[in-house]
Write a protein that binds this ligand. Structure first.
Ligand SMILES: N[C@@H](CCC(=O)N[C@@H](CS)C(=O)NCC(=O)O)C(=O)O
Length: 212
């Protein structure tokens, strides 16, 4: 398998964790976002929307990290990254989507570049935007986890799932922007447990070949 990745990309980080959890070897193909390599014609042939990551498997290309994690789950089910029951799978998918659909797009590179340019924001202005949406998103995540009674060591009981593959990169991202994470103790407890595992440690940005 080949993973089109960038060390700081949260969505690529999700995939690196999922691949590591399943013990799947992959070849990293670096696509530098600051150098706009995701906008090159050669990459647009891989991913028509010019976003990282993409996964190549058996000569076919897959995009969208949530879809790719589900693809891995269906083609390489062991160890599972989703719970056994439909109810619990819905819970885990909801958590993953809270992060991937509600939080991450508002803080994506193209979003930040757009608000910075369009509204002539300086660095403080961009940080204000970033931290506002992180606080909104993580508050929702915290409430969802705390009220579900389904969390344990990890987002779902003692099983690592795709929810954790999404949660950890989002927390890394928030830490990079110096967000106050004290109001989210349930989220941070899960983060701490995940970061004891090699699959997460080895996937983190500063362990990647393209880390600055
Ligand atoms: N929903 C997509 C998100 C992909 C995405 O937004 N990737 C970011 C990096 S984390 C990207 O390529 N950004 C380029 C840009 O914003 O210009 C997924 O889960 O794969």
């Amino acid at each position: 398998m080949k993973l089109y990745t960038f060390f700081r990309s949260s969505a690529a980080f999700r995939m690196r964790i999922a691949l590591n959890c399943k013990g799947l070897a992959y070849e990293p193909q670096v696509v530098s976002l600051p150098r706009d390599e995701h906008k090159l014609a050669s990459y647009l042939e891989v991913h028509p929307h010019g976003l990282v990551p993409a996964l190549e498997d058996g000569g076919k290309i897959y995009v969208q990290s949530l879809a790719m994690m589900e693809y891995l789950e269906e083609t390489r089910p062991k160890p599972p990254l989703l719970p056994a029951s439909a109810e619990d799978r819905a819970y885990v998918r909801a958590l993953a989507q809270i992060i991937a659909c509600e939080i991450h797009p508002l803080n994506n590179l193209r979003t930040l570049r757009y608000v910075k340019k369009t509204y002539a924001l300086d660095e403080d202005g961009v940080n204000l935007w970033y931290r506002h949406w992180i606080a909104e998103g993580l508050r929702g995540l915290e409430v969802f986890i705390a009220s579900s009674k389904k969390s344990g060591r990890f987002s779902y009981r003692d099983q690592v799932t795709i929810a954790d593959c999404c949660l950890v990169p989002q927390v890394f991202n928030a830490q990079r922007y110096h967000c106050d994470l004290a109001p989210y103790p349930a989220v941070m407890a899960i983060f701490a447990e995940c970061m004891k595992l090699d699959a997460f440690i080895d996937a983190q940005p500063d362990r990647q070949p393209d880390a600055a």
